[in-house]
Ligand binder design. Structure first.
Ligand SMILES: [Zn+2]
Length: 180
């Protein structure tokens, strides 16, 4: 008899890859232009590529900010139910702050002692990784679902969300009947 993977085992088998991906994205700088960075473009490209590799079709919403930088958010929906449970994580980070306070390079992810170090590894890297791999588990599980699953990886959360979540709300993405 074919043994099916439990949901926990399924997520457990992603563990190494999740850590590696988190380390990777810390190395893809996504500092807000207001804080002197280049924005989320490169990180969004990378995450979009991953989602596509998993057979999903993320939609990219991109808005030009006051610094003339494109600020991309990614939205992907899975399932065909009327109601959607939304999970949101943000792709931008703040700058490194006082560099001398860092024991490691803030923009080079380091995995040590079971932890990932680097700017944005917690805020909001872990949120990006956890939500993306939860979605991947659902896709692979391919079981009937009561609600659709929506994932929004948004730009510009650290400096007010004007080019991220607020724009998506205006696009009417999170319409009535959905919750997040
Ligand atoms: Zn944050």
């Amino acid at each position: 008899m074919k043994k099916t993977l439990s949901a926990i085992d399924r997520v457990e088998k992603y563990k190494r890859e999740m850590t590696d991906t988190l380390v990777n994205i810390v190395g893809i700088k996504a500092v807000s232009p207001e804080s002197g960075g280049e924005g989320e473009g490169k990180r969004a490209d990378f995450l979009e590529g991953m989602l596509k590799e998993w057979g999903l079709r993320p939609k990219r919403y991109e808005y030009l900010d006051d610094n003339n930088v494109k600020r991309p958010s990614l939205v992907v929906k899975y399932g065909d139910k009327n109601r959607t449970v939304w999970v949101m994580a943000h792709t931008d980070t703040v700058g490194e702050g006082e560099r001398s306070m860092w024991k490691t390079d803030p923009f080079k992810g380091i995995f040590k002692g079971g932890k990932v170090y680097g700017r944005g590894s917690q805020d909001d890297g872990q949120g990006i990784i956890a939500s993306m791999y939860a979605l991947r588990a659902l896709v692979e599980e391919n079981s009937p679902m009561r609600y659709s699953f929506g994932l929004a990886l948004v730009a510009d959360e650290e400096i007010g969300s004007g080019y991220g979540c607020q724009k998506l709300v205006k696009e009417n993405i999170f319409k009535k009947g959905t919750c997040s």
